[in-house]
Design a binder for this molecule. Sequence first.
Ligand code: NAP
Length: 260
Amino acid sequence: MDLGIAGRRAIVCGGSKGLGRACALALAREGALVTLAARNVETLQRTAAAIEVETGTKVGFVSADVTTPQGRAATIAACPAPDILITNPGVRQTPADFRTLSHEDWRGWMEAHCFSALELIRAVVPGMAERRFGRIVNISVSFIKFPQVGFAHSHSARLALAGAVASIVREVIRYNVTINSVCPGLFDTDALQTNLHAHAARGNTTYEAIVEDRIRNCPAGRFADPQECGDLVAFLCSAQTGFMTGQNIVNDGGVYQGLF
Ligand SMILES: NC(=O)c1ccc[n+]([C@@H]2O[C@H](COP(=O)([O-])OP(=O)(O)OC[C@H]3O[C@@H](n4cnc5c(N)ncnc54)[C@H](OP(=O)(O)O)[C@@H]3O)[C@@H](O)[C@H]2O)c1
């Protein structure tokens, strides 16, 4: 299936590794002109070069912390008129006892997991509407559908983003601008491995035991390959999905048991 996005300009936040990298690769395979945004320049260079070699499509990058106003401005400056925006805070979800979090801590999570995406959306939507094409996908987490103990700070910020988007989408879809979220479960990335190692240390158990436990509780019986997220995101950015917006799509191997 041709997704109809060859030549479209795309910003992929957190695009140098993990889920963001997989989104960038999937978009570049479709001929989109991708700009990666992340902080570490060497990783950005390596990833951009690898995607170029694999796809034959030119890949740009910008070293930017997308959780800061300066980083977001640099990101937009590197790709001023994007047709596609993938927001991805990159920031790892670490559990915390809500009683110990200060107002500043909560504000930080809101900045990283809600405001950073909203500010980027605000910056790109007018141009997308004018050009009559825009596809925005937010990388969220499956747990927004079944919140976990210890993640009030992260879930609240991601749900605030989902709520804001649910309102915005109804203003912009008539201009062929859609905004959807993917809500991944367990994808085999560096962040997942770091999280599971930390979890094992906190619970005084081994990494292997934690992995076994997670896989036992996943109907698919495995962790997912990041490309299984990247390819879904690319589809949501396709010409064919102009009627689909405001959705929070769970991609978690069957862990979430709700119908809706
Ligand atoms: N992997 C999973 O199973 C899973 C499941 C559900 C949700 N998620 C969510 O998906 C997101 C990505 O996770 P991942 O597993 O792909 O992580 P990852 O493999 O560690 O990749 C994170 C990417 O984001 C970049 N990044 C981190 N902080 C950034 C910042 N402030 N500004 C710009 N770029 C930044 C990193 O590069 P630099 O460090 O160089 O900036 C890297 O390119 C996270 O929010 C995570 O909570 C992941």
